[in-house]
Design a protein around this ligand. Structure first.
Ligand code: MIC
Ligand code: SF4
Length: 641
């Protein structure tokens, strides 16, 4: 029978529903991952469920996002995560081990398995044939508790790869080409399945870089077949036993096909301030640059850092430029050193950070005022770097290296012969700093250590029969979760302290928002298309809910944020007539008459009174989601309230 690779894996993990696009399916989850910034809340939620031990084959708690430990709060979070892992049967990856997606790819990825992670770039593991999804922390907590992961059955977009990448063009350029073509909304509702003769020319780390930034397309996931390249990668990792071949069967019916001729690609750049604002590097050449950052879960593999090392060998970084290297993992760093890649980087003038996310999420590395920053990272949403009015360009490691040398955006093809990076003769496999799960009897004796910054999960009130509130904010299109609840070094230490972090909700759009709405009952946010794109942080749902936001009325939602809103009892509504968006203004009185009963009765079209006038809004929700919303949140359902 003809079947896509995606359908095969979904079929093998299906516990509820049918593989009909648009309907809700429930999947058995094999692996989970969390990172520190989303993990603290995820484990508070897991604890609230009262399950004695994680139920998945593999569950890993990574510490990679906020490594600054500027005061006790961050260090308390790390200690909490370490003791929670020991108590509940998880692996723990301590600070310095590396970025969750890179380490998971190296040490745990397994073709054909499912993974959910409380980070939007979890689909990175699709580079090794895993079906991996980004999700809110509560969904990850539920999966750890043995519950299915629910999602709308995606469509499958086949991406046929032809040819072979030319010199100085790399995986990042493939995904930037797709972003330029499809935009940050173009992948919504789809899993991207790569196929065709070009696939075998790409190594697993290259495939992972492409799968990683499928998140920027808004895609549900991305996946590559498992073939000889996958086997070679797992062999290098000492895990060949985890390999199995996997590909689409027969002539599968992709709901849509895009073709990318790798041979015809050239170096590309995403200009400020959206990952889909893509042009050829040659069109941006000559822009003076102050900072070049190399790293992130998209581009910090051994291959990527070696390319930069070889390109910089015997050269010097331009005096205006601060070049900084954030390796993806300890293993990457060790192999870089062994292969002779580190000294050329340091000699050229690069600054080395320990493995981790760092400036990608605004932990240090903020650019100067009006400075141009060129990064191999994933996202360049406005202000995400930590500097207001920032100008962040996203590029491949090759383009970043050329730019660091010339001090202006430079097409790497100017550097002459392209470096060849053969697989290393000696490859260090470093798993010894991953703390394995404790046996159950020992785990039961572990005390979970909480500092004063770790505040228990709040009680969330159920939905009233009729809801009344006010429009508190009207926003535009493509609002990201970085706009809703920013990250950065000031706010990240508050991820386990909801009352404190809620003081920052929407402050990027309106600095007065929290002060203005507090104590005024409940309210609504109005938005445009692709509302809530970007990060999976559930704080972007929970913090507004804490302030009283109960309704979000938008043109369309991004997938993970929509799931998070439902999990925390925020009604996600869309306009029946999109023109009504223009009639909504801050301060208007809203009423959703008998909303609870209507929701529970399955009504898809609801009346909404705006200052007494009635419009119709859509509630496209499954029975499970309606129940959660009526109860005020998914945890209330899980606790059997
Ligand atoms: C991101 O890249 O935006 C993050 C920081 O990794 C987030 C998670 C978070 O906000 O903690 C993500 O991608 O989900
Ligand atoms: Fe970390 Fe950046 Fe990757 Fe998010 S996108 S996981 S912040 S490296």
């Amino acid at each position: 029978m003809a079947q896509t690779l995606v359908e095969q894996i979904l079929q093998a993990h299906l516990v509820e529903g049918e593989l009909v696009p648009g309907t809700e399916i429930g999947l058995r989850i094999d692996h989970t991952l969390t990172q520190d910034a989303t993990g603290t809340l995820a484990y508070l939620e897991f604890e609230a469920m009262g399950v004695p031990r994680v139920q998945t084959e593999v569950a890993v708690s990574y510490v990679d996002h906020n490594l600054m430990q500027a005061d006790f709060r961050n260090a308390d979070d790390h200690r909490f995560l370490r003791t929670v892992a020991a108590r509940y049967g998880l692996y723990f990856s301590p600070p310095g081990n590396g970025i969750c997606h890179q380490v998971h790819l190296e040490r745990f990825s397994a073709p054909g398995k499912t993974l959910i992670g409380s980070d939007s770039h979890t689909p990175t593991a699709g580079g090794a044939g895993m079906l991996a999804f980004g999700a809110g922390g509560l969904d990850v907590a539920l999966a750890m508790a043995g519950q299915p992961f629910y999602l709308p059955m995606p469509r499958v977009l086949g991406v046929r790869l032809l040819g072979r990448l030319p010199d100085w063009v790399s995986a990042k350029d493939v995904i930037l080409a797709l972003l330029g073509r499809l935009t940050v909304r173009g992948g919504r509702g789809y899993i991207l399945e790569y196929f065709g003769p070009g696939v075998k020319t790409l190594s697993v780390p290259e495939r992972a870089a492409i799968a990683n930034m499928g998140a920027e397309l808004g895609a549900t996931s991305s996946i590559f077949p498992s073939d000889d390249q996958t086997r070679a990668f797992l062999r290098l990792q000492g895990r060949e036993a985890d390999w199995r071949p996997l590909k689409a069967q027969g002539a599968p019916g992709y709901q849509r096909v895009e073709e990318v001729n790798l041979s015809a690609l050239e170096p590309l750049v995403a200009q400020p301030s959206s990952p889909d604002n893509v042009v050829p590097v040659r069109e941006a050449e000559g822009i003076p640059v102050d900072q070049v950052l190399i790293g992130s879960c998209a581009n910090s593999s051994f291959r990527d850092l070696m390319v930069v090392a070889r390109a910089l060998q015997g050269k010097k970084v331009h005096p205006r430029v601060s070049l900084e290297i954030n390796p993806g993992s300890r293993q990457v760093l060790e192999n870089l050193i062994l292969a002779g890649g580190l000294v050329p980087l340091l000699e050229a003038g690069a600054r080395l950070m320990p493995p981790g996310c760092w400036g990608c999420i605004g932990i240090g590395q903020a650019p100067a005022t009006d400075a141009v920053s060129v990064r191999t990272f994933t996202r360049n949403f406005p202000g995400r770097s930590g500097t207001k009015g920032d100008q962040v360009f996203l590029v491949s490691p090759e383009t970043a290296a050329a730019t660091a040398i010339y001090g202006e955006i430079t097409d790497p093809r100017r550097l002459g012969a392209a470096p060849r990076i053969p697989p290393p003769r000696y490859f260090v496999v470093d798993g010894k700093h991953l703390v394995p799960p404790l046996p159950p009897e020992e785990a039961a004796r572990v005390e979970v250590l909480r500092g004063p910054n770790i505040v228990p999960f709040p009680e969330l009130a159920p939905l009233p029969d009729t809801w009344r509130g006010e429009v508190w904010l009207v926003t535009g299109d493509n609002v990201s979760t970085d706009d809703i609840l920013p990250a950065g070094s000031k706010i990240l230490p508050l991820r386990s302290n909801l009352p404190a972090i809620s003081e920052f909700a929407f402050t990027r759009l309106d600095p007065e928002f929290p002060r203005r709405v507090k104590g005024r009952g409940e309210g609504a946010i109005v938005g445009g298309d692709n509302y809530g794109q970007g990060s999976s942080r559930e704080h972007a749902a929970l913090a507004p809910r804490y302030l009283g936001v109960r309704v979000k009325l938008v043109r369309s939602f991004a997938r993970i944020h929509l799931a998070n809103l439902i999990n925390f009892g925020i009604l996600p509504l869309t306009f029946e007539d999109p023109a009504d968006y223009a009639c909504l203004h801050e301060g208007q009185e809203l009423e959703l008459p008998e909303v609870k009963a209507r929701l529970l009765a399955g009504e898809e079209s609801l009346p909404l009174r705006v200052n007494g006038r009635e419009i119709r809004v859509k509630a496209e929700l499954t029975p499970r989601q309606r129940k959660i919303l009526a109860l005020g949140g998914a945890l209330n359902l899980a606790r059997g309230k």
